[in-house]
Design a protein around this ligand. Sequence first.
Ligand code: MG
Length: 302
Amino acid sequence: MEGHDLSKVTVVDDPQLLQDKISAVRRAGPAKLQVIADFDATLTKYFVNGRRGQSSHGLLKQGNPEFDAKRQALYEYYHPLEFSPTIPIEEKTKLMEEWWGKTHNLLIEGGLTYDAIKESVASSAIAFREGVVELFELLEEKDIPVLIFSAGLADIIEEVLRQKLHRSFKNVKIVSNRMVFDDSGRLISFKGKLIHSLNKNEHALDMAGPVHEHLGEPNGIANDSASVKARTNVLLLGDHLGDLGMSDGLDYETRISVGFLNDNIENNLGSYRKAFDVVYLNDAPMWGVVNLASQLCSSEGV
Ligand SMILES: [Mg+2]
């Protein structure tokens, strides 16, 4: 971490408030802390090799060009609606349900296989921010759970973790749309309730399954979510204002929120600095969060 000068890309609107929150979390100790993180453009980089990196949804090639084109057409129709300032939120939520539902159906109809996911990830432009491995290692060592909460696809996120991190973390869990494959590795359905970009706040803990068990029923969910609910301090990582809703399902005591503002900084910094305790600009690495997390876990001087 030494040698990384993040001062130019770090914005803290209220340093005293942040300091008070850090002190409160440290006093309560690591046993009360959990991390809730968005995946795309939060754990992963916004730019990869100078170009916009791919998302967990965007990287998927289902091995059937006709269906890839159909999903792309849906993207072109619905993506502008997602950001339209004039559509009321109820209507927009229906549109997002429609979009995600149609996309999932195309994946089933088009015969997506688990092998196609592996190949898509292997050839994708997706990369973790520098310092993500160190962050997960620190949190694993301190027994702090990490919930990755995403409107993308759990099975793809798990494959990205497998291929890009080269080791697994038992403290990392995914809350996202989860696929069901048959014995030949073909997608047959989706599990549980649909998570789209506008309802990421409703069912935070209910769908969490362990990483690396995509074919099995997740075990120990009740215990996990009970223990997660007992962890009343939250370090939240996101890249959209909507990501702040990820902790809505929790009755938290102290929440420290970190926002990555990757693009369009002039227009968004005003709202981001009011909404997040810490804002990192310009697709910053994760070192500031590693540093923050290690402060939160340290009992020195508490
Ligand atoms: Mg994101």
